[in-house]
Design a protein around this ligand. Structure first.
Ligand SMILES: Nc1nc2c(c(=O)[nH]1)N[C@H]1C(S)=C(S)[C@@H](COP(=O)(O)O)O[C@H]1N2
Ligand SMILES: [Mo]
Length: 193
């Protein structure tokens, strides 16, 4: 299906007044890049929401500068906002478990993704990201004061393959929020109120 009609039908589906818990998202046509499960209202097969590249792109691509494991300095990435994906699947709960191809798991508070432009990157400098370069999907945080912490680095999941929506073990404590005053904390252990 050409991109524009696919995009329009996808957006219509999302905004339709008939959209409700249990509605099915369009089934993926290409290779599956991401599986979203857990506490979600919309799936592709009644169990899990599977996404191919085109489906992810149809949610709206944003560009951000970030530093990947391969970079010494910021380069341009393009991807989908995590909060946009969570809106598409109708996520409940307070956190997502982001799971990598190598079974690495990190918990990301949903409130953090609402507050910051946490991105699921699809391309690096205009190109798909090979698995050996920590793709095809990678969670990136914007370069922002207050986000340069080890905790945030640990949530920057490379080779992302699954997201499970659930209630978090620990509610977000706001530690990655940009402090309005006072010195920037760089270890996440102290935060100006
Ligand atoms: N797939 C995967 N992603 C991962 C990790 C991992 O072990 N596997 N480690 C995390 C941790 S603890 C850190 S500090 C950063 C390291 O990212 P870097 O290689 O850009 O420094 O990746 C995060 N993402
Ligand atoms: Mo780390």
């Amino acid at each position: 299906m050409p991109l524009l009609p696919a995009l329009i039908s996808f957006l219509l589906l999302l905004t339709s007044p008939a959209a409700r818990a249990g509605d099915l998202l369009p089934a993926p046509q290409g290779p599956i890049l991401l599986a979203v499960s857990g506490d979600i209202d919309r799936t592709t097969d009644g169990q899990v929401a599977l996404f191919d590249r085109q489906m992810l792109e149809s949610m709206g691509i944003i560009t951000l500068a970030a530093i990947s494991p391969l970079d010494d300095e910021p380069v341009q990435f393009q991807g989908v906002l995590l909060r946009r994906l969570l809106a598409v699947v109708g996520a409940h709960g307070t956190a997502v478990e982001a799971i990598a191809l190598n079974d690495y798991v990190a918990e990301i508070p949903i409130a953090e993704a609402e507050h910051h432009d946490v991105v699921i990157a699809l391309t690096r400098q205009g190109h798909d990201i090979p698995v050996r370069e920590m793709g095809p999907l990678m969670i990136l945080y914007p370069i922002e004061r207050g986000l340069d912490t080890e905790a945030v680095a640990a949530r920057s999941v490379r080779q992302l393959s699954q997201i499970v929506v659930r209630d978090g073990a620990t509610p977000w404590d706001g530690k990655s929020v940009v402090a309005r005053s006072g010195p920037a904390s760089n270890d996440g252990s102290s935060l100006a109120p």
